[in-house]
Write a protein that binds this ligand. Structure first.
Ligand code: C5P
Length: 218
């Protein structure tokens, strides 16, 4: 029988990353942060001096990313790149390269390789629609733009970055619009995905709701 997958899709800074990680921990399942692969592709292109709109060259980079995850860190070659890839600039880069069909194609099998027993919890924009269309549970996790901007702002402050709330809100709205408008794998709630609106939920409440929908107890 197929390895179960919980697909959690939604817009930037909705809290999907945290919820996905906690659900994976609660179940003892594997975790896929698919956005990291898009961010790493953008970062590797930048380091190689390749323009984010050069589809063939960026797809080549995506297909050959020397990435591995170890000890909670993300490595590109032998360099830990978490701080470099979590910037707003690389978020914009990720959504630029993510609009290129050849790049999405290059990352498809890599993402599917994370589906290993006993199960996978996957976070992204097209987990339930394209990468794991047969996922056992599909969730569209969102929050209002204002709440998401505040969450991102707090996250950046905690990491010691400086940022303006107004700029973050603008970046989020631009990125969401680009993610929703693209022709390949646009961001949207699939008909078979359950809507989880988290503006007024705690992380624990959101995690418990996903566990409940998946038929697994907390
Ligand atoms: O989730 P995160 O903010 O790290 O994703 C960065 C960008 O990568 C998103 O704005 C989106 O454009 C792109 N992405 C995507 N498909 C995914 C995950 C992320 O296109 N499955």
């Amino acid at each position: 029988t197929a390895v179960p997958v919980i697909a959690i899709d939604g817009p930037s800074a909705s809290g999907k990353g945290t919820v996905t990680q906690r659900v994976a921990e609660a179940l003892g399942w594997h975790y896929l942060d698919s956005g990291a692969l898009y961010r790493l592709t953008a970062l590797a292109a930048r380091k190689a001096g390749v323009d984010w709109n050069n589809e063939a060259a960026v797809a080549h980079i995506a297909a050959h990313l020397p990435v591995h995850f170890a000890g909670g860190l993300t490595f590109l070659g032998d360099e830990a790149v978490d701080d470099q890839m979590r910037t707003e600039e690389m978020g914009i880069g990720a959504s630029t390269v993510g609009a290129l069909p050849a790049v999405r194609e290059a990352l498809l099998l890599r993402q599917r390789a994370f589906r290993q027993a006993p199960g996978l919890v996957a976070d992204g924009r097209d987990m339930g629609s394209v990468v794991f269309p047969d996922a056992t549970t599909k969730v569209f996790l969102t929050a209002s733009a204002a709440v998401r901007a505040e969450r991102r702002y707090k996250q950046l402050m905690e990491k010691g970055f400086s940022a303006k709330l107004q700029n973050i809100l603008q970046d989020l709205e631009d990125r969401d619009a680009r993610d929703a408008a693209r022709s390949v794998a646009p961001l949207r709630q699939e008909a078979d995905a359950k809507l989880l609106e988290t503006s007024h939920l705690t992380i624990v409440q959101a995690v418990n709701q996903v566990l409940d929908w998946s038929g697994n107890k907390a």
